[in-house]
Design a protein around this ligand. Sequence first.
Ligand code: NAP
Length: 264
Amino acid sequence: MGTALVTGASAGLGLEFAWQLATARHDVVLVARDEQRLTRLASQLEAAAGVRAEVLAADLTDRGDLERVAARLRSDERPVGLLVNNAGMGLNQSFVDGDLAAEERALDLMVRAVMVLSHEAAGAMRARGRGAILNVGSVAGLIATGTYSAHKAWVRVFTEALSVELKGTGVTATVVAPGFTRTEFHERGRIDTAHYPEVGWLDAEDVVAAALADVRRGVVLSTPSLRYKAVSALLRLAPRSAVRAFGGYRRALPDGAQAQTDES
Ligand code: NAP
């Protein structure tokens, strides 16, 4: 896979992707807004794993910044062989009463940036005849709980369509759909996790290991853990009316996807 570019590498799953990829001897390009955290991480990765770690500080909701990341994907110097579209955020608000500008930022980050970077990476990788794109979706993409669910459903269907288009080119597309995972996600999104069942929590280390193993095998839909494989299978089989009813229970939502109604 050569060099891997990871968005949202300063924390949570992205930080774990950076460590596991560097440990597997991949050079890495680290993308997020917090340049200090990225620079510290780059030094740690270089010292611990002996790889080259580039820092590319960027706000992916800013079109100029996004273009700088896209340009890195087009570059033939230390070409990027794996793109991990991981950066994301929780939006703890109702759609109808909430701030539309915040909605637009979330859409730009979890949909537009994923589309733009996948486009650049897919073109460059296909020209080289090899590469992989890994998009981070969510189990929340299978339910109907606010725009977060809609964004993650888009990521899933988009990645499946991309994998079909790339068939036979040497380039693969994978979407990983984690359930609740211990990261900074819930705290940053001011999401109360007190009522989340303990059994529902996954470790970032396990999620990332499963996702990377699936990328190596060319799997399109990756769901880490048996628990969430079962939950996802149930959600796919259940009538959508039942899935929508479940979406009314804000406290039961994977990774804080926000319901439009709260029974409390
Ligand atoms: P996290 O710990 O909060 O990390 C989010 C990362 O995204 C940070 O590195 C953050 O870095 C970066 N980021 C946020 N806004 C950005 C922006 N505008 N431009 C560039 N980077 C930005 O969350 P996480 O749980 O690791 O989330 C990673 C992915 O997993 C997301 O796509 C999330 O939707 C998905 N997911 C999470 C869970 C869960 O339960 N944790 C479950 C399913 C799916 P900076 O602040 O430095 O920019």
